[in-house]
Unconditional design. Sequence first.
Lengths: 318, 124
Amino acid sequence: MSKPNPNYKGSAWDKFTRWAKGTYDPADGKLESTPPKDRLSPGERAERMLREYDQSRFEEGVAKEIGAFQIISRIFFVLMAVFMVVVLLYTVSFLPAFGDPNSPVNNEVSQRYIEQGLEETGAVNIVTGMILDYRAFDTFGESCVLFVAMCCVTILLRADKKNEIRLRVREEHEMLEYEPQEDNILQQAARILVPLIVIFGIYVVLNGHISPGGGFSGGAIIGTGLILHLTAFGVGRTRRFMNERVIKTLTVCALTFYCFAKSYSFYTGANHLESIITTGTPGAILSAGLIVYLNICVGIVVACTMYSFYILFRRGAI
Amino acid sequence: MLGNLLTNYEDVAAVILFVIGMGNLLLQSNLVKKIIGLDIMDSAVYLFLASKGYIEGGASPIYVDGIMDASYYINPIPAGLVLTGIVVSVSVSALMMALTICLYREYHTLNLDEIMLKLGKEEM
């Protein structure tokens, strides 16, 4: 019987024996993404077996009860689809030809928008002039729809205490297994791309009234830049400037400003009344009355919404 | 009658896309695929609207060289309508995805038939 080696723990032979027993993995912590561990506790194993049992029973049930119903519903759907295609194509054949200048769509409404839009709104982009001046309340409703959708998703994904515990456990698990750990290629690319994308988004927002673009498209571009930053640098670093409080403040401030700014038309902006907001010289950045500011508001709301949708679906919380 | 059908091939494509999307919505039992089907239907509606606004030879609705003649540009109204549609469809898709996640947490499956079966078992 030999003396126990004092350096035994951590030696190559120790590692080898532990590897043979299955308690040590030499690749652990050295690979960029660790493979998911397949060691389940007895409770989890029982749950999985129960789920498999449920699955097999479900398949039996499908074969018995739903199978026939599904075949009937499929046949019924094919008949209905053919019927719908025929009816809709019959209708299409009576529609005015594609690109016809005399079709009833091109009536006096669009004519007025085009002929007097520049004079009345000051926007070179007719669509922007239309949606942010003539139909600004419609656009306000759209921004509110986005905001409400963001709130609803937040509520649905973290409704109660139970979900929060589940979220925390999953967060720790994901941090270890799925989150990219200091991906160098992605980070170097993001360092160059994120500022470019965000600046391009700001350009599109600010030039919404003189070139193609506007709050919605520019906001989506800025949101993409933020999502790339989040993917490359992880949640912790993005949260420093885009946390729940910042998003809430930005969105609510933008919507409130939009609401108050557009309320001016109740007092001064309506037809035949003197307006203090001038349209300026068409083509300049600071022209077209309030359209630039409204575009910025819409851009902020859209960027925050896009970013928070992404992070909500990825982690369950902003 | 058929002549118009051939010149309106954008509308024909929109109709076919619409029915494909509806097929996905009704026949797939996977909830995520159902949502994708609804999004395809949305795209069909945008295609239809955008094709209605086009005028042969018209420029995009941005003033060029101070031309204020309505016949020079295409119709700007469908563009505004499509914008509204896109925003609403993004919101609706996100909401449906969130509801799907809730259902998945509760029933551990995305298959609607399976969920209905489990729901029936709970009620019994």
